[in-house]
Design a protein around this ligand. Structure first.
Ligand code: AMP
Ligand code: ZN
Length: 114
């Protein structure tokens, strides 16, 4: 069993501010937000990062993006805009080794992405 902080959040062994949950995905507020809206959307299944996705994961990835759209609309930034980021591997700046998508918004984010 991997010792993974996001698997522990999924198992409710670590508390989080859950924004959305169903049988295969979960969304919760980032503990260290970089913008007024900063939600992490993850598959419940432990997948290390984008590099470890397989064909079997295509459905859950689709659901993650549909949910990002819904959360952005519910939080009032669907039309004004937001950013989605997934850091993968060491050069990508990934710190938590469980696939996650940052939904960031609530302010003008500017052009810098790297
Ligand atoms: P990354 O650099 O893409 O791996 O980002 C990991 C993110 O997880 C960071 O933005 C952290 O603030 C966030 N994070 C770490 N631990 C927790 C936690 N217990 N609850 C919510 N967010 C967390
Ligand atoms: Zn995990």
């Amino acid at each position: 069993m991997v010792d993974c902080i996001f698997c522990k959040i999924v198992a409710k062994e670590i508390p989080s501010q859950i924004v959305y949950e169903d049988d295969s995905i979960m969304a919760f507020n980032d503990i260290n937000p970089v913008a007024p809206i900063h939600v992490l959307v993850i598959p419940k299944k432990h997948i290390l990062n984008i590099n470890y996705l397989t064909e079997q994961d295509e459905q859950v990835i689709g659901k993650i993006f549909s949910t990002i759209k819904t959360i952005a609309a519910e939080m009032g930034v669907g039309d004004t805009g937001f950013r989605v980021v997934s850091n993968s591997g060491s050069d990508g700046g990934q710190e938590v080794d469980h696939l996650h998508f940052h939904l960031i918004g609530g302010k003008a984010l500017g052009k810098k992405i790297g």
